[in-house]
Design a protein around this ligand. Structure first.
Ligand code: FMN
Length: 173
């Protein structure tokens, strides 16, 4: 695929050289540009959505274990463990449905009636307090460990290396 779009439509619409955008990921990194995507973890996935007509792809989970991610050690360990094969939707963490790694928080949430969860941001603030208390006791499993369905394909490397890897993979398609 020809991705050298220096004078093509992508720079015109989004002012970027490469058709890759790091998704807004609360608590980790929040860029100002948004478009929609999901589950894209490598150059092949990127090429697929471009072929289907997207002008660029938004990747969130793929960047979680990079050096510029604010994910803490427990979150990173969980992302690189079997937990990445077990993402799930939960309201327990913020009161809004979102996908995350299955962990102690989601296990706890599985036994809570959704009508008993206070609205956002109260639930989210309470969850952060629970995580802080658990961390103080050496337990990282109550974190808001958000992750998409491609989490098991995550590659831990520097942000620069991930970008060059994605561009290299995309260029070969
Ligand atoms: C750590 C994390 C935090 C996120 N926070 C938000 C958020 O606050 N609001 C939102 O609309 N989406 C949020 N998302 C969803 C991302 O924008 C979503 O991941 C994006 O569509 C890219 O999908 P992908 O993670 O499968 O690449 C979050 C995702 C992650 C991984």
């Amino acid at each position: 695929m020809n991705v050298n779009t220096g004078s093509g439509e992508i720079p015109g619409l989004l002012q970027v050289t490469w058709p890759i955008i790091q998704a807004p990921v609360a608590g980790i990194s929040t860029p100002s540009i948004e478009i929609a995507a999901g589950g894209i973890m490598d150059g092949a996935g990127l090429a697929s959505v471009l072929r289907l007509g997207a002008v660029a792809a938004q990747l969130g989970t793929a960047f979680l274990a990079t050096d510029k991610s604010a994910a803490d050690e427990g979150y990173r360990r969980a992302l690189l463990s079997d937990a990445a094969n077990h993402t799930m939707m939960t309201r327990a963490i913020s009161s809004r449905p979102a996908r995350c790694l299955a962990n102690r928080f989601t296990s706890f949430g599985a036994h809570v009636d959704s009508r008993d969860i206070p609205p956002y941001p109260i639930a989210y603030a309470a969850g952060k307090a629970l995580h802080a208390a658990a961390m103080a006791a050496g337990e990282s499993g109550y974190g808001a460990q958000w992750a998409g369905q491609g989490a098991s394909l995550l590659r831990p490397m520097s942000t620069e290396k991930l970008m060059s890897t994605l561009i290299g993979e995309l260029s070969k398609t």
